[in-house]
Design a protein around this ligand. Structure first.
Ligand code: ZN
Length: 505
């Protein structure tokens, strides 16, 4: 008699837990690198990260892993597993199959290439020098095409890349979702531009004490229900959230002396990501399910808190007096309605990360269309700058004057993260759809915000989204929460309601 499947399951879970421990150790090191690790130690640290990552990769494709999966995926055995174990097995199998297809030396070369490309990108972006970057990007795209062929795909080759960030997402679905959204957004943006009722925002661009911005950031996070015994707030050039485990979810923000909105909304955004990770069920600790279910759902939570709560009038009816107390000379003469309109100014712009919540989606569609064409082969890397500028002209009515504020502005492509961009716009759609259901189930939603009673909202989301971690798929989550699959109509409805009022259309 061999060992029972229960024994295999125990060994498999121990193996998975060990991989998870490596992952947590790596995440602490990345966090440390990005929040103030001494410069002279960076090279040695990068080597440590490289070695541990290689070990982690080996564990995910080892013969041992293959053996466990064979036993546990045997239909009679699989049937006897509980929901959590089934999902862990399925996730590990997906990862195993994907990684097994790629020859290790090919993968290693790709890692080296993308890390070179990221440094080159940093150098050429301020010089608007696409020509120097172009050969690297060509290689990255070519290797991704090879990977796609090795992995196999159904429908469009780009589907395989989309699935890495948003499981189940396809070009067909995105074309439909983005198509509907674009049809309504473009005329709305142009009506807004023609409106004579433009918000003022000069009062947001004064000199603001950094110390006070820090205090206000901490205050806002506490109001949202962010648990400071399970996290901390630090500073970094690019704000981010990192979930080590639900008891340790750290966020960063960025303070600009001349613009109070950067830290204000950056903090709420990362706080939204953090609420998700802090409230994952303890059953999932030490498994690959102890994280957000997809980039799109993760973004939905940061954007829900940042835009649908943080940029709403009820929120500022409650918290504006506090902000005025912090900055009396800046805001005492600015009424709350004026402040609210100022933080919701819509203006077509060239830089994605500075865009308002409305035009932001058009920035994403442009990137999506270009990526799709790169992988169907209808566009070549050297044609990107021209295609980029043409799309900006078409969707936003403005054109970059150089590639630094055009095709070179984002880091994603240099790291090979194709298929990632759509998550941001999907997040907006998921968030608006959840908000619609929340309004039905919690009719005093806005009154609650206006009273500063935000915890019931956090609890509502914990029950329906946060606690499940990766146990449910993005589609299962949205259907379970709202009763239907992702539907862009709710985002359109939310935008039309909000902006027709602000711009008096
Ligand atoms: Zn985010």
């Amino acid at each position: 008699m061999g060992q029972s499947f229960e024994d295999t399951l125990t060994q498999f879970r121990a193996h998975v837990k060990k991989m998870n421990s490596y992952g947590e150790a790596l995440n602490v090191m990345y966090w440390d690198l990005r929040t103030g690790a001494p410069r002279k130690g960076m090279e040695a640290r990068s080597e440590v990260i490289g070695e541990l990552s290689a070990d982690l990769f080996k564990m995910s494709v080892s013969d041992q892993m293959g053996g466990y999966l064979d036993v546990l995926l045997e239909p009679n055995t699989f049937e006897q597993l509980d929901a959590i174990n089934r999902k862990i097995v399925t996730e590990c199998k997906k990862e195993y199959d994907r990684s097994k297809q790629i020859p290790p030396e090919k993968y290693q070369a790709y890692v080296v290439l993308t890390s070179q490309a990221e440094s080159i990108w940093e150098e050429v972006k301020p010089k608007s020098d696409f020509a120097t970057f172009s050969p690297y990007l060509e290689k990255i795209v070519a290797i991704n095409r090879e990977f796609i062929d090795l992995w196999g795909y159904t429908g469009h080759p780009y589907n395989t890349l989309l699935d890495m960030y948003e499981p189940g997402m396809t070009v067909d679905k995105l074309d439909q979702l983005f198509g509907e959204l674009r049809t309504k957004l473009v005329p709305l943006v142009s009506a807004i531009q023609q409106s004579p009722n433009k918000p003022h925002r000069s009062f947001l661009q004064q000199q603001f004490s950094i110390q006070l911005q820090k205090e206000f950031s901490l205050f806002t996070l506490k109001q949202m229900g962010y648990d400071f015994e399970a996290g901390r707030l630090d500073e970094s050039a690019h704000p981010f959230a990192t979930g080590l485990n639900p008891g340790d979810v750290r966020i960063t923000t960025r303070y600009l002396q001349n613009d109070v909105t950067s830290a204000l909304f950056g903090t709420i955004h990362e706080g939204g990501h953090a609420l998700y990770e802090q409230n994952i069920s303890p059953d999932l600790i030490g498994t690959p399910l102890c994280t957000g279910t997809s980039m799109g759902i993760h973004e939905s939570q940061s954007r829900f808190w940042e835009n649908m709560i943080g940029r709403s009038l009820p929120f500022w009816k409650q918290y504006y007096p506090k902000l005025q107390e912090y900055y009396p000379e800046h805001f005492s003469k600015v009424p709350v309605e004026l402040f609210y309109r100022g933080i919701n100014d819509v203006k077509p712009s060239l830089i994605r990360i500075e865009a308002d919540e409305l035009t932001y989606n058009l920035h994403i569609m442009i990137r999506y269309e270009l990526e799709k064409e790169l992988f169907s082969g209808t566009i070549q890397v050297h044609e990107l700058p021209e295609a980029w500028n043409a799309k900006y002209k078409q969707y936003l009515g403005i054109e970059p004057t150089n590639d630094g504020e055009g095709v070179l502005q984002d880091v994603h492509w240099s790291g090979g993260a194709f298929g990632y961009f759509p998550s941001y716009a999907l997040g907006n759609m998921y968030a608006a759809q959840m908000r619609h259901t929340l309004l039905e189930q919690m009719p005093d939603f806005e009154e609650k915000i206006e009273r500063g009673d935000l915890l019931p909202i956090k609890d509502w989301l914990t029950e329906r989204v946060y606690k499940h971690g990766k146990l449910l798929t993005p589609t299962e989550i949205i259907v379970q929460v709202t009763g239907e699959e992702l539907n862009p109509a709710y985002l359109i409805q939310y935008f039309e309601g909000k902006y027709k009022d602000i711009y008096k259309l």
